[in-house]
Ligand binder design. Structure first.
Ligand code: URA
Length: 185
């Protein structure tokens, strides 16, 4: 189904029962940011804090994401942030393929309505779902690929960077490359 606005789409998501994740969710985490954003970030799925507050990337990983955004002079009012699945997988497990597939209709609608010129996949789950099922973050991070007119790039998930801080310099280079691409638009 096609929606006329993000608000309409969000209202539909609020009642979603397309997969089992609806059973334990406290909030659907729809997405936040500028509906006219040039760049959209896509993570994996809500964690505990996000489920409690209904907003993506508000826990420790989100604080790190905000720092990377700040380095390239972006904040949440200038970009759009969403996830592959909009409801929290129990215990923060990876979203199952069928949960990702069920939820993708909503993300596709968000992309259609926002029309970002650049999409950044945060972590393996998003990059494998949106870019390439065989995507390897350690090998392919920071590489921009044109997919049907949208520039797509995968980088490290901020939660993974908290676990493996040794990858932070590479992640920083990816964000600097993003800044350069944004400047070229
Ligand atoms: N991790 C994600 O992938 N998304 C969030 O919104 C929070 C943590």
């Amino acid at each position: 189904m096609l929606y006329d606005s993000l608000e309409q789409l969000q209202a539909a998501c609020a009642n979603c029962q397309k997969c089992g994740l609806c059973e334990k969710r406290r909030h659907v985490v729809f997405g936040v940011g500028n509906p006219n954003a040039q760049v959209m970030f896509v993570g994996e799925g809500p964690g505990e804090q996000e489920d409690l507050r209904g907003e993506p990337f508000v826990g420790p990983a989100g604080h790190l994401l905000d720092q990377y955004l700040a380095v390239i002079d972006l904040d949440r009012t200038q970009c759009y942030i969403a996830n592959i699945v909009k409801c929290r997988p129990p215990g923060n497990r990876d979203p199952l393929p069928e949960e990702q597939e069920a939820c993708l209709v909503y993300l596709r609608e968000q992309v259609r309505l926002i029309r970002p010129q650049i999409m950044v996949c945060l972590g393996r789950i998003a990059a494998q779902k949106l870019m390439d099922p065989a995507f390897r973050v350690t090998r392919q991070h920071g590489q921009f690929v044109n997919k049907k007119g949208t520039l797509m790039m995968g980088t490290f998930h901020p939660a993974a960077l908290l676990r493996n801080p040794g990858n932070k310099p590479d992640a920083l280079l990816d964000f600097l490359a993003l800044r350069d691409r944004l400047a070229q638009l």
